[in-house]
Design a protein around this ligand. Structure first.
Ligand code: GLU
Length: 298
């Protein structure tokens, strides 16, 4: 099979230098492995994605010098593929409908004495809807929107073992999943994890090159590939760009969007060189450093 990777931005805002780093890492991987680079627009979230950001992505990536195979896959055009996968998981008995709200989960967690510390933002789902019988499930499903959750224990018990994923350096990682994750959102009935694994399989992706912030998602995605009988890609998680004082670059640093760099007269080849040769993963400019950016990159 021809080596193939993909760059998969979500059109929720303008691309910034962190995205550019990731896009160039994908392109660099494809060139080094005589492989293909595909582009996928992950626009399932109607509340945050906007068509004008899709147009910006094409414009910015062309400016950056990225070359990708056509056609581009837009997730919003393939909802049937994702719903078919949900149906399949339902038939295998590894997902259940969840009628909880954020508030009801919080209350349950507190009543169990499991209240997370104030600084913990993620609450692990305590399994409230897992035990409902089929009749109750069907009844409540008719009454309003619901999410789909993966029954991790059941899913793990039928998945082919050992459940692992492999990185490009030859390391093996155990797939860790700590609670019944949502794989079908209330509004569209599937989720990021599900659409990503379905698309990677349909697009024949052999290697997934992406930021290490997504490494924690790999366990669930590997489990879904296993349950849906999809091929296993190799994962290459790259480091993230930071400011000189160690903070992660944020979208609110407007001087780091590709659009604003372009408006400052930055030359794409100079930006590419700075990003590609940047082994310490530091973006050496502050949010207001327009003049230093212009001196170095225009
Ligand atoms: N759409 C995701 C993002 O923009 C990337 C998903 C992936 O590479 O698996 O963060």
């Amino acid at each position: 099979m021809q080596p193939r990777t993909r760059f998969a931005p979500s059109p929720t805002g303008l691309l910034h230098v962190g995205n550019a780093y990731s896009a160039l890492a994908c392109q660099g991987w494809a060139e080094a492995n005589q492989g293909e680079l595909l582009l996928r627009i992950e626009d399932i979230d109607f509340t945050r994605c906007r068509p004008e950001f899709i147009a910006n992505i094409y414009e910015d990536l062309n400016w950056l010098g990225l070359n990708w195979q056509k056609p581009v896959r837009l997730q919003s055009e393939h909802f049937d593929d994702y719903r078919r996968a949900i149906h399949h998981l339902r038939k295998r008995g590894v997902i259940y409908p969840c009628f909880c709200t954020r508030k009801s989960i919080q209350q349950e967690v507190e009543s169990m004495g499991l209240a997370p510390h104030a600084e913990d933002t993620a609450v692990l789902y305590p399994g409230i809807c897992r035990a409902r019988n089929l009749v109750e499930q069907e009844l409540r499903m008719e009454q309003g929107p619901f999410a789909w959750r993966l029954d991790i224990e059941k899913a793990m018990s039928i998945a082919r073992q050992p459940l692992q994923w492999h990185d490009d350096k030859g390391n093996t990682h155990r797939a860790k999943i700590d609670h019944d994750v949502v794989i079908g959102r209330k509004d569209i009935s599937f989720s990021y994890h599900l659409s990503v694994v379905v698309d990677d399989a349909i697009q024949g992706i052999t290697h997934i090159v992406r930021g290490e912030d997504l490494e924690a998602s790999t366990g669930v995605q590997r489990l879904l590939q296993n349950l849906l009988d999809l091929p296993e890609p190799t994962y290459c998680h790259h480091g993230l760009l930071h400011t000189p004082n160690g903070e992660r670059l944020a979208k609110r640093h407007s001087s780091t969007t590709l659009r604003s760099l372009r408006a400052m007269g930055v030359k794409p080849e100079k930006l590419r060189q700075l990003l590609i040769e940047n082994t310490d993963m530091i973006w050496p400019f502050g949010p207001e450093d327009h003049d230093p950016i212009i001196r170095k990159l225009a």
